[in-house]
Design a protein around this ligand. Sequence first.
Ligand SMILES: [Zn+2]
Length: 220
Amino acid sequence: MQNGHSNEDALRSINKSSASPIRPCGQADIPEWTGKPPSRHDDRRAMRFLGERILIPESNEALDVGSIGKGRQENCNCQSPGSIDCIRFHVAEKKDELKRKLGSAFYKMGLHETGEDAAHSWTKSEERRFNTIIQENLPSSEYNFWDILRTAFRYKGSKAIASYYHNVFQVQRRAYQNHLGLEADSDDDSIEPGFLYSRQGNVGRSRSRPAASSRKRKSS
Ligand SMILES: [Zn+2]
């Protein structure tokens, strides 16, 4: 260090000038270095930071990194592959598969509340009310509807309102933008009045899951 001070001197002076001195219980607990990192999941020290393990890894299955972000590669038998209904169907299909595989861990990880499933705890009239509030408070680029939404749905809590907004409302808005070939931007643009108008009539209808057995097949 500068001026020939040792590290200890420097620490002492920091501690002296600090308003809240470092107490023994505030010290970092650094384990003795054994030469290799702990790899076992049941290492008590590691678990203190990792929390309770929900899922037990069954195998060291290699991850297919190349397919990430590329969507479904294989063809499907949907009537209109790539359509909103097709995507919804496959998302639901995969989610059901995951639910079967994970069992109770699926719920512990909160996966049942992800995506458009966030709408399951909303009634159609609540969804319409949500829509009306946004509609009546345009331009929404100023996001002046949040306080009104929080007041109107106080019993649901802010987390549920935000979840519905991001997982359901914005996803449907993106579908609307895609349909019209608009540039998708969920953050900055003012919410399209046309979307709100079309949504008002369709609330609750669009998220119904098409049943696999009743789906029309292209050809067989
Ligand atoms: Zn499909």
